[in-house]
Each structure stands twice: as structure tokens, then as C-alpha cells.
Design a protein around this ligand. Structure first.
Ligand code: WQD
Length: 337
């Protein structure tokens, strides 16, 4: 069964491709290589021994996308990762984010009607909740006004899919609202490849430990939390990859009647920035050079998932710990030149 993975050479996507291949799905990857490299395709092949089809396509290019779907009507499911994802960058370049994350989603959905009863998994984010009033965060928590164009593109993306389905489209979809993906494949053959200065915590931690960055700045220790630093739900990227396959299989199940659903995907545990640093130091037996700096605008204080719904309805629970992820992240960093 052929599954299209857009942005398939990205961080979460490449780990999802590995999980799909290991379950004997045939995978077709499209990626414009704007935020990754073909080395990732080599890593996927070395891990799985398989060569997924790869097309260098930019989903913003309507004619290329249309030609692809004309040639590949055999695709049964689409896992849509292709999007820009840096919160800060989205504030500087909002139109790029709306074009790539929203307009291109519309083109993809239009093309999907060339497939019989397409199954669609959308890469969403807990950022849609902003600072939730109740913790842990359930799927019923209100979607609040996004505090970045990036977060807004995720909210709009979910609404576009639902409106399209409600218009009578023969498409079934699941949106997965990720919490904080971290880590790498235990072989260290694929992992997170931030281009430029890492925006996210864990790649900045590993690059500081590797001496590529002089010091990690902890963005604020005056939050109303136990140690004053922000709390997040850090989920191993391998666990995240596995839930994508499970969600897709739910849609492929003939008896699955629901046309649209949303799931929070996290571990259900919250850890502070200082917890991450201390755990990283402990599991990798090193000292990290960090300092306390000012708060980063737009950060929420606390976000971690209520995992009841995904456990009950998809029978999934994260298996790996934050410590596992921080060990794998460091093994991956050490392999980067
Ligand atoms: C985590 C914590 C920072 C860097 C965002 C998006 C989310 C998803 C993941 C794409 C925060 C602190 C960070 C640093 C620090 N996006 N931090 N020093 O902001 O929770 O989530 O990225 O997949 O949709 O919203 O993740 O890793 O940037 O920050 O102290 O150098 O680490 O303040 O408290 P975030 P993050």
C-alpha cells in the first residue's frame, strides 16, 4: 500500500518514513529540500534497507504537484509534514508561512481528490492552545488566538481540512497536535538537522555540548513554576513516528466511520528547561555551559498533554522517556561533523 509523505526528509517525517517502511508500507516522499538534505534519504535506506521513491517537489508549485498526482493515483494515504515551523521566523516572514503552510495545503487537498477515498494525517501542534487554562491539556481545551503566524497556520490548517470534509469531500483525516518532539533514531543515522542557529531547546543543548555554541541561554527563570523555568511535554521522535502509523491505520480501517478527529500527542509528563539540562548532563555524563537569560516573547509557561483520548481511541502511549531522547539526541549530535 503506497503512502505519500510530504516533507518526508524532515525531522519527524523521516522517522515516520522509517516506521512506515518497517511495517512494509511502500512510501513515496516529496520534499523541496529547503530545510533538509538528501543525506536523510541515505540514512533512511541504511536503517531500513529500503529505497522509498523520492521526488524533489515544492508543494507550492501547483503544476508540479498536479503532475505528481496524475502519475501517482495509486497513493492510498497522505501524511502531510511539509511546512515551515520556526515560531520566531514566522513573525518576520508571515507571508512565506501563509503561502507554504496554508496555500500549499489547499493545493494538496485539491489534488487529493484524484485519489479514491484519501486518508490524510495533518501535522498540527499544541501551539494551537497557546497557554491552556487547565492542565494537562485535553483536545477539548479551547483553541486560542495564536501568538505567532506559525501557530495560526496550524489552526487555519485544521479548519481548512474540516471545512473541506464538511463540504462533502470523500476524505478522512486526523490532526495530530504534537507537543515537543526531541531525540533521534537510536542508530544516529537520522535526527534533527536545524539549519542555522537552532530555535528549539534540545538542538541548542546538543550543539552547546558539542562546542558549536558557546553557551545555552535559558529563556527566563522567573516563571510561576517549581524551578522558575518553562514546562513542556518532550516526546521522543520515535514515539511520535509510531503514532502517525497507528493514526493512518485507523483511517485505513474500513470500519472507521469518523471523517475527522484530533489527538494530542505527548507523553503526558511535564519537564522544565532545567530538568532537560540536568537530565541531559546525567545521561550523557557531561556538564553543560548555560546561563539564565531574559524570557523569550511568546513562550507559554506550561504545556503538557492529557493523553487519555489517544490512549483509549488509538491504543497508543509513548514508550520512551525524555532521558532516552536526550541520550539519542547526543549520539546523533556527535555524528555531525
Ligand atoms: C522549549 C522551551 C523555551 C531554546 C515550539 C513550537 C512547537 C513546536 C516545537 C515545531 C521553552 C526554552 C528554548 C533556548 C530556552 N514547533 N528554550 N533556550 O517553543 O515549546 O515549541 O517548538 O515543531 O509548535 O511552538 O519549543 O524548544 O523552542 O522551547 O530556554 O535556546 O525551551 O523558552 O520554554 P516550544 P522550544
Amino acid at each position: 500500500m503506497k503512502i505519500l509523505v510530504t516533507g518526508g526528509l524532515g525531522f519527524i517525517a523521516s522517522h515516520t518514513v522509517v516506521a512506515l517502511l518497517e511495517k512494509n508500507y511502500e512510501v513515496v516522499i516529496i520534499d523541496n529540500l529547503s530545510n533538509t538534505s538528501l543525506d536523510v534519504l541515505e540514512g533512511i535506506t541504511r536503517i531500513t534497507g529500503k529505497n522509498p521513491d523520492f521526488y524533489q517537489i515544492d508543494i507550492r508549485n501547483k503544476s508540479d504537484l498536479s503532475q505528481f498526482f496524475n502519475e501517482r493515483p495509486d497513493i492510498k494515504g497522505i501524511i502531510h509534514f511539509a511546512a515551515f515551523k520556526a515560531v520566531g521566523e514566522s513573525v518576520e516572514k508571515p507571508l512565506d508561512y501563509y503561502e507554504n503552510n496554508v496555500a500549499a495545503l489547499v493545493y494538496l487537498l485539491k489534488e487529493s481528490c484524484k485519489i479514491n477515498q484519501p486518508k490524510f494525517i495533518f501535522s498540527s501542534s499544541c501551539t494551537v492552545y497557546d497557554q491552556a487554562k487547565t492542565l494537562p491539556i485535553t483536545e477539548n481545551a479551547p483553541v486560542q488566538k495564536a501568538n505567532s503566524p506559525y501557530g495560526n497556520t496550524k489552526q487555519i490548517g485544521e479548519e481548512i481540512i474540516l471545512d473541506y470534509i464538511n463540504s462533502g469531500a470523500d476524505l478522512q483525516a486526523i490532526s495530530l497536535r504534537y507537543f515537543n518532539p526531541i531525540g533521534a533514531h537510536p542508530t544516529a543515522l537520522i535526527g534533527e538537522l536545524p539549519i542555522g542557529v537552532p530555535q528549539n531547546l534540545v538542538p541548542f543543548v546538543t550543539q552547546t555540548a558539542a562546542g558549536k555554541r558557546e553557551v545555552l541561554s535559558v529563556f527566563g527563570n522567573d516563571y510561576p513554576t517549581e524551578d522558575g523555568t518553562c514546562i513542556r511535554d518532550y516526546i521522543h521522535v520515535m514515539d511520535l513516528a509510531e503514532i502517525h502509523v497507528i493514526a493512518l491505520e485507523k483511517l485505513l480501517d474500513q470500519n472507521h466511520a469518523k471523517s475527522y478527529d484530533v489527538f494530542n500527542v505527548g507523553t503526558g509528563k511535564g519537564n522544565s528547561v532545567l530538568d532537560v539540562i540536568k537530565t541531559f548532563e546525567k545521561v550523557n555524563n557531561l556538564k553543560l555551559n548555560y546561563k539564565i537569560a531574559n524570557r523569550r516573547p511568546g513562550d507559554v509557561t506550561t504545556a503538557y498533554a492529557d493523553t487519555d483520548k489517544v490512549e483509549k481511541e488509538l491504543g497508543w502511549k509513548a514508550k520512551r522517556s525524555m532521558a532516552d531522547a536526550l541520550k539519542d539526541a547526543w549520539q546523533w549530535e556527535k555524528k555531525q561533523q
